[in-house]
Design a protein around this ligand. Structure first.
Ligand code: 9UX
Length: 69
């Protein structure tokens, strides 16, 4: 298990938080995703044998946000 922090731009309201957390938590291998709206940081805990950083970034981008890690 591993934890990483993603930087997401464009999240401003609580719905953004829910969309991004939901999209990440839906991925097989992600066990926790927590958005901090103020900073745009997203802490994700995941099993690196099941899901990659690229998978997670793609899931966030699919929700319409720019992401870097
Ligand atoms: Mo809230 Mo986020 O109206 O893109 S869902 S700002």
């Amino acid at each position: 298990m591993q934890t990483k922090t993603l930087d997401v731009r464009g999240m401003t309201c609580g719905h953004c938080k829910m969309s991004v957390e939901g999209a990440l938590q839906k991925l097989d291998g992600v066990t926790a995703a927590e958005v901090d709206l103020g900073s745009g940081k997203v802490d994700v805990t995941y099993d690196e044998s099941k899901v990659s950083l690229e998978n997670m970034k793609a899931a966030v981008e699919d929700q319409g946000y720019d992401v870097s890690a």
